[in-house]
Design a binder for this molecule. Structure first.
Ligand code: ADP
Ligand code: ZN
Ligand code: ZN
Length: 759
């Protein structure tokens, strides 16, 4: 056997691996990630095994043997390499791609200057400037001065991007000699000067305490488990995380806290900073390669205890990892888009298991995957039913838009929504209008009865193409668009849509004096405008916020007591087996925005399908009811998490080639399944397609897709490996891409049952 060994893991292309012979005596010790001693030129040096193979790449007589296993070498690098190997194996791609995912590049390190804003004016002068800003309703200045007085000094880029203060406002304070701006090249914690002495942590309520106690007890007993905290928005999940994190770091171990980037706001980070001070470090996608590498080294040297960040923070090289938390575990952003398309939840379970660190998942709307695991007893489930601090859950109204049409209301706002908007304008409270445009493009539905045309084979909505044909992107089934609704005969059948701009215009016609903010792809095109619009709304600079970007965490809009959801059912008909789940999540999370403060809230869900189970359960805030119906749908249709699913994307510069390769993929898979029928439980696997991918052609590349569903994840891995070999033989003009969709490290429920009954 031969081992590919690298000597410097942090260089751009993970260097070139060198091949060594594994002597018989070491064969059972050497694994990917294993540190080894090797002869290198005339010297003897250390390296890491990244892969094992049976094929020599050069003349075997010239391959030198590994000298031995290295004893004193940083184990964390080895752990990350074996994690990379596992990722490559589970999710596809090359070892080099996996290593790049796990280890940041050390090249191009450029120390960036960090700018800080420091006051020159005295505290009294600042206070009187603040009083003046308040009097004159200069909200931005007010926000700036308040934060400056509290923090003592401010990080320049955070102030502009997260606190939403325009650069010219800061420049004016600078020219008026109120503040000065300093540039430094050293790393500084952006919050390091906030005075934390007056900080008092919340005392957990009984429900929170019960959960925290159980998890702490498991940790103290060395009883590693994984957990899911299912708690409604505002139920105090974050407060529980803080409590357990504190316990873990008191025990001398380290914590990775994953939060979707979109929820990683100034307020959220500050909450962690107030509790843990300098021991936290924050990652985000805006860091340069150099800054990321700097953070990486700080973690490796043990200079931080807690890292907070999106998906990639999972690869923080802590030596003494003691806990991984994934907040908003259902978020789509935890799945990587590029190869290797890993899911952070899966990798977290693996890393947690390897390093003896528990994993806590948290969500108001857990993914089907997580909840299924919890139900199967693979992870421990905790539930929080009410909001912390006594805030009430909002009252939900469902407006049947077919009813509105019948009653002669042709506007986009239902009568109940208009009534409530007027009421809020009178009471000087705020309204959020969510326009659910997810999956809107192309589904064909009836405005009179709400019927949506679905594929007879897949139960997934058909997509209208320019040709006038409707196509199923799962199986390729095609039929012409009907002129009349097949259900009620109405001629009002088409792919309908509604834009935010349109909603804004109509709203202005109805309420000319209302202050309206709009958040969509147009208004958020410039950098940081997303956060700017949200903080303007949080600062009550507008009465109504219209948005397509649905879920917003980290901001509590205390004055927002009404949430209207327009076209709630749009996302139901996205050509995706998760469409129902996404809709339920969207409606629940959007509803959670209403009444977070002392004031009670209302939610209006406008729909053509009030009897749809996703809408019904969302309106009742009944997660479990939703889960049960959704899971039985997945089971009947063999979708994840009832089955594991591998999608194979076939890419080619010509359509003929794409079709030819797709056939090859199908034949090879069928042959494999046939040949291994008995051994591999092939009857439990099914191949669907090929069909045009949802994006059938992009940048002149033709895209076809094949789905393979199976009970066993390992069967899909074998098929992936087999097809990857074929992929390697393809000409330059074509490629295969693999994507594991759903299915968990722990396997499907059925698979688990079988495993448990195995002797
Ligand atoms: P979640 O993470 O479930 O959305 P949070 O932990 O953010 O919930 O809590 C929601 C709000 O309630 C926050 O403003 C938080 O400060 C407050 N809160 C949570 N737990 C407590 C508690 N035990 N005592 C007082 N306030 C609390
Ligand atoms: Zn109809
Ligand atoms: Zn179909």
């Amino acid at each position: 056997m031969y081992a590919d060994v690298i000597v410097n893991i942090s260089s751009e292309n993970v260097d070139k691996p060198y091949q060594y012979l594994v002597p018989e005596t070491l064969a059972d010790k050497i694994r990917p990630g294993c540190p080894v001693v090797i002869p290198f030129g005339s010297r003897t040096i250390n390296g890491y095994v990244i892969e094992l193979s049976e094929k020599p790449q050069i003349d075997p007589s010239r391959i030198k043997p590994v000298t031995g296993v290295a004893a004193k070498i940083n184990p964390v690098d080895g752990r990350m390499i074996s994690l990379a190997w596992w990722i490559k194996d589970r999710f596809g791609g090359t070892m080099n791609q996996a290593l790049k995912t796990v280890i940041p590049s050390s090249k191009k390190i450029k120390q960036l200057a960090v700018r800080t804003i420091e006051p020159i004016a005295s505290r009294e002068e600042l206070s009187s400037l603040l009083a003046e800003a308040v009097r004159k309703h200069h909200t931005a200045k007010e926000r700036f001065l308040r934060e400056l007085i509290e923090a003592g000094r401010l990080d320049y880029s955070l102030t502009v991007s997260k606190l939403n203060i325009a650069a010219n406002v800061i420049a004016k304070f600078e020219s008026d000699h109120v503040v000065r701006i300093r540039s430094e090249v050293v790393y500084r914690n952006p919050f390091s000067d906030i005075d934390r002495s007056g900080f008092v942590k919340n005392k957990l309520n009984t429900a929170q305490q019960a959960i925290a106690d159980e998890i702490r007890a498991d940790i103290d007993a060395g009883n590693r488990r994984d957990y899911l905290i299912h708690g409604v928005t505002g139920s105090g999940k974050t407060e529980i995380y803080l409590d357990i994190i504190e316990h873990v770091i008191e025990n001398g171990r380290q914590v990775i806290m994953l939060i979707p980037e979109i929820a990683l706001t100034y307020q959220t980070v500050k909450r962690f900073y107030m509790r843990f001070g300098d021991r936290i470090s924050v990652m985000n996608s805006k860091l340069s390669a150099g800054e990321r590498y700097d953070q990486y080294l700080r973690a490796k040297r043990g200079e931080t205890d807690i890292v907070i960040g999106p998906r990639s923070a999972l690869f923080t090289p802590f030596e003494r990892l003691g806990l991984i938390i994934i907040d908003e575990e259902h978020e789509g952003s935890y799945k990587a888009e590029n190869v290797p398309a890993y899911h952070a939840r899966e990798v977290a379970f693996k890393r947690g298991e390897d390093e003896n660190a528990p994993v806590i998942l948290g969500s108001a709307t857990p993914s089907l995957e997580a909840y299924t695991m919890a139900r199967a007893g693979l992870i421990r489930l905790f539930t929080l039913d009410s909001r912390a601090g006594g805030a009430l859950m909002p009252t939900v109204h469902v407006a049947d838009m077919r009813e509105e049409l019948r009653a002669g209301n042709r506007t986009v706002f239902s009568r109940v929504l208009r009534e409530l908007i007027e009421d809020r304008l009178n009471r000087k409270e705020q309204t959020m209008l969510f326009l659910n445009r997810r999956g809107y493009s192309g589904s064909v539905s009836c405005r009179s009865c709400g019927h949506v045309i679905k594929c007879p084979h897949c139960d997934i909505s058909m997509t209208l193409h320019n040709t006038g044909n409707m196509v199923c992107h799962y199986c390729g089934h095609t039929e012409p668009k009907p002129d009349k609704c097949p259900k009620c005969g109405s001629a009002y059948i088409s792919s309908l849509g509604l834009g935010t701009q349109k909603v804004e215009e109509k709203l202005k016609d109805l309420y000319p004096s209302a202050r309206i903010l709009r958040m969509d792809a147009d208004t958020t095109a410039s950098k940081d405008s997303y956060e700017r619009i949200l903080s303007a709304f949080a600062n009550e600079e507008a009465d109504i916020l219209i948005g397509t970007q649905m879920i917003v965490k980290g901001h509590d809009f205390h004055k927002c007591t009404l949430v209207g959801i327009l076209m709630a059912d749009m996302s139901l008909f996205a050509p995706d087996f998760r469409a129902g789940e996404r809709t339920f999540q969207l409606l629940t999370q959007a509803s959670g925005r209403a009444g977070r403060g002392e004031l009670a809230g209302d939610v209006v869900i406008q729909t053509y399908n009030p009897e749809n189970y996703c809408i019904e359960h969302a309106a009742k805030a009944d997660y479990v009811g939703f889960y049960e119906e959704e899971y039985s749908f997945r089971k009947v249709m063999n979708y994840p998490p009832a089955r594991c699913m591998l999608s194979v994307l076939i890419l080619s510069t010509t359509e003929e080639e794409a079709a030819r390769i797709s056939e090859q993929v199908r034949e090879r898979t069928d042959a494999y399944l046939g040949k291994n029928a008995v051994k591999e439980n092939a009857l439990q696997a099914r191949l669907i397609g090929p069909a045009d991918a949802p994006l059938a052609k992009a940048r002149d590349i033709y895209r076809k897709i094949i789905y393979i569903k199976a009970v066993d994840y390992s069967l899909l891995i074998n098929i992936k490996d087999l097809l990857a070999q074929y992929g390697d033989e393809l000409p330059e003009s074509a490629a295969l891409q693999f994507n594991f969709n759903g299915g968990t490290v722990h396997g499907t429920e059925e698979h688990q049952k079988r495993r448990r009954s195995d002797p």
